[in-house]
Design a protein around this ligand. Structure first.
Ligand code: T46
Length: 131
């Protein structure tokens, strides 16, 4: 399975670091939604679904976490621990986020609005769909 990680250029000076995300430039799709997660619990994993059409870039802005990506044939676990690195979660990739560090926060750049009909939340249904 191809893992796509995007390293965003950091514009830094003595005041700190700045990263710019721009649709169809360093984000490979049109951006329709941005959401974020914080107060994450180390032992409470999230995700456990795949998207039919949605593409997303997941960035760990603070702390670290692991992401399992599963295309139905292969599984890979990726560590996210850099605020200037984004992980592409493409369509039809089952994903789970887990082992959140203290103060972990995640921001997600998404190609479409929230739509519950775009989710496969049942693993067997996901496997059936990608056959
Ligand atoms: C994903 C991973 C990375 C909304 O109402 N609007 C939204 O934009 C989102 C993202 C969620 N919700 C509702 C749906 C649920 O009732 O918020 C509740 C929690 O969502 P969920 O259990 O899907 O959260 P995660 O962390 O398991 O998954 C989220 C995204 O939903 C999903 O698209 O790929 O983050």
């Amino acid at each position: 399975m191809e893992i796509v990680k995007i390293d965003f250029p950091v514009i830094g000076d003595e005041r700190g670091s700045l990263v710019a995300l721009e649709q169809l430039k360093n984000i490979p799709f049109e951006i329709k939604r941005v959401y974020y997660m914080y107060d994450l619990q180390n032992d409470l994993a999230r995700g456990f679904h795949a998207h039919k059409e949605l593409q997303q870039i997941l960035i760990c802005l603070n702390g670290s976490c692991k992401v399992l990506l599963d295309n139905g044939k292969e599984k890979q676990v990726i560590l996210l621990d850099k605020p200037n690195s984004g992980l592409l979660i493409d369509t039809m990739i089952w994903h789970e986020m887990f082992e959140f560090s203290d103060n972990c926060s995640l921001i997600v750049i998404a190609s479409d609005y929230y739509n519950e009909d775009d989710y496969y939340r049942n693993y067997e249904a996901f496997l059936e769909a990608i056959k």
